[in-house]
Design a protein around this ligand. Sequence first.
Ligand code: NAD
Ligand code: UDX
Length: 460
Amino acid sequence: AKKIEKICCIGAGYVGGPTMSVVAKQCPEIEITIVDMNEARIAAWNDCDLNNLPVYEPGLAEIVAEARGRNLFFSTDVDKAIAEADMIFISVNTPTKTYGKGKGMAADLKFIELCARQIAAVAKTDKIVVEKSTLPVRTAAALKSILDNTGNGVNFHILSNPEFLAEGTAVEDLLNPDRVLIGGENAEAIQALVDIYAQWVPEERILTTNLWSSELSKLTANAFLAQRVSSINSISELCEKTGANVDEVSKAIGLDSRIGPKFLKASVGFGGSCFQKDILNLVYIARSYNLHAVADYWDQVILMNDHQKHRFADNIIQTLYNTVSGKKIAFLGWAFKKDTNDTRESAAIYVADYLLSEEAEITIYDPKVSAERIYADLDYLNTRSSAENRRLVRVVSDPYEATSEAHAIAVLTEWDEFKGYDWARIKQEMKRPSFIFDGRKLLNRAQLEEIGFNYYAIGE
Ligand code: NAD
Ligand code: UDX
């Protein structure tokens, strides 16, 4: 197979940045340029101060420090990087459509199509084009059509190589993946990509399939993972009514090797940029083939997740004597999970929105999320004016400031540091009775009850 010397990756986001940094680390002989039209993002990737990288992931800054300027480059010159590359990864965002046909369901492929048209216009030599973004099954056919019809007569081979990394553990997942999936039609193109991964991934974990299996496997994997969370969350509500403890149930079922222990942690609801978007997309695709039973089946995973967020907020209101109006509620955590600064679709956003509609005053502390991001998340919902969001919500950089004088604390993200706080001091400085609503089952019930808190956790 052709040996790849230069790679271009379009999209310097949560996937493109970490993924290509790890390829650059593992393959020092390949020159990799990550491009993005977002100038601020590229500037941040090039920042001398590694604390300013646009994506926070444990271990990432060290890898960028090692490879950047050697064989890893970040640039806004998309055309140049396309022109020079043998292999082009498309790693742009594919969000849920917010307009027109399929609004709120289908994946918006406009960024993907723009990439295809730009590649076709610029390419003067043969290219292997790799779908790294998560895409609806059969997108490769559309890409191929655009490339072949608008190109300069060069050959394009399309591969599907979905990314399975999870945020917060991206570097670990990339260095040691459960599997790498490569779908394609051209054996030589497939081999060229296999050869790259084979630099550090054992061959038996590099799986090759046809294009459509690869594209569909990504949506399916996320649907199955999210389904496990919704399944255990549905049981958490039953636990609260019956005296069963959801952690004990998770453990008991997870020891069955057919079920397995992972992804059975009950929570305030799954968030993140992928699960909801990809299931909605799966549901939309199923409906487009008139497979309504299939669509309804997967839709239920989302409905259960919405219910879980709603009922967490409802429980806070009910427990605080049916009114939170004018009451200070402290949020610990805003990110959709620990060890990331990403807040996309975070459960915290929806819980906050619900409480704000009841006129609660929320003070938020998250170790990695900026105030600017939090206000943008709330404004994006369009539930109330941005002035109103700023009046009701305060973002602080000290957890003790967040909790002081609060009627209740809600734990929305499972950051490790929350466990080590001086909970006796927090209790001292709060209103009485002092409530904690633990949406992550993170804290120690016995310790907190001993101090005098009223402690509520999901599924207990
Ligand atoms: P992101 O929004 O963080 O990054 C995408 C980047 O692409 C943005 O910086 C944007 O400016 C850039 N971009 C868009 N169109 C462009 C164009 N035409 N030219 C140049 N740059 C362009 O998104 P992400 O989280 O990295 O996700 C990317 C894809 O990977 C999505 O399809 C997503 O579903 C998939 N995915 C994400 C994750 C995850 O954990 N975030 C995991 C697996 C797969
Ligand atoms: C997910 C997939 O795991 C990953 O393979 C894919 O590439 C992208 O989507 P990510 O969204 O980054 O990754 O994080 P993940 O660890 O899957 O968590 C998603 C959400 O589910 C988080 O809000 C998390 O808190 C929640 N979750 C996860 C639970 O509530 N309980 C669990 O047991 C596991």
